[in-house]
Design a protein around this ligand. Structure first.
Ligand code: 0L1
Ligand code: MG
Length: 260
């Protein structure tokens, strides 16, 4: 894909996010769009946000569950980037700032040391991790009805939109992250449940895979970055007025309110 087209598609996706309106997926216009093209568009999109003065909190992994990978017919997850403006403070998100948000429960890793692929293992990630904490990721695809192909969602920064972090910080050796049980409730009603192992067998494997995927681009994970490892639960559609809460064994709770 030529640079000018990648720039115009990245700008188009950024406009959709800023104007809070869904758009037709890119592959309707460019059916031949490859995963490589899509990461090129994402790279331009990320660069433009950095030029606007936003800061990267860390990369995230998406499509890490077997169910999501099967649904998209892929055997590798995808990555995107979380920016500072996406981090929710004050326990509330505004529905009118978003298009059609969904929420999923995740475990976030905060790195104490750089992690650079290729060949990174989950054990190396655990050794480089300062702490882990619970997170609720709010994904908000810019595409109509959340319908997209793999290259579409990669170009759209893996649907990244908002994230709420919990306040319980644990060293990774304080608990067995694959065995952490998770429930996701909305308005007091249990909607989804799962365990850490839903994320590539262990959330640390997700960070390792991310480091190895970034290495192909000459990038690395940096000390201090916070990494979302992927949904442990399925993603649930949000409505104005919803009160969302997740409980993670040994990692406490995390929640927020959806303001109209
Ligand atoms: O964080 C994620 O797993 C989102 C990846 C993109 C797929 C989606 O928007 O459902
Ligand atoms: Mg996610």
């Amino acid at each position: 894909m030529d640079r000018a087209t990648a720039v115009s598609l990245a700008e188009w996706l950024i406009r959709a996010e800023v104007e809070k309106r869904e758009v037709t997926r890119i592959t309707e216009r460019y059916p031949e769009l490859t995963v490589e093209d899509a990461y090129q568009i994402q790279e331009v999109l990320v660069g433009k946000k950095l030029e606007q003065g936003y800061r990267i909190v860390g990369p995230k992994m998406g499509l890490t569950s077997r169910a999501k990978m099967k649904q998209m017919n892929v055997d590798e997850p995808i990555y995107g980037f979380i920016f500072d403006y996406m981090v929710v403070s004050g326990g509330e998100i505004s529905f009118r700032d978003l298009i059609h948000p969904k929420v999923e429960a995740e475990i976030a890793f905060v790195l104490g040391r750089d992690v650079e692929g290729p060949g990174v293992t989950g054990a190396q990630v655990l050794a480089a991790t300062a702490h882990v904490m619970p997170a609720l990721e709010i994904i908000d695809s810019r595409y109509e009805r959340f319908h997209f192909t793999l290259p579409d969602v990669i170009a759209d920064n893996a649907s990244s939109s908002r994230v709420v972090f919990g306040t319980t910080l644990k060293r990774p050796d304080e608990l067995e992250l694959d065995l952490v049980g998770v429930t996701l409730s909305i308005n007091g009603e249990l909607k989804e449940m799962g365990a850490g192992a839903a994320v590539l067998g262990h959330p640390a494997n997700s960070v390792a895979m991310l480091a190895n995927m970034l290495a192909r681009k000459g990038l690395k994970l940096k000390a201090g970055q916070t990494i979302l490892t992927g949904g442990i639960t399925g993603a649930v559609m949000l409505q104005p007025g919803d009160v969302v809460s997740a409980r993670l064994d040994g990692l406490g709770s995390v929640g927020f309110l959806v303001r109209a």
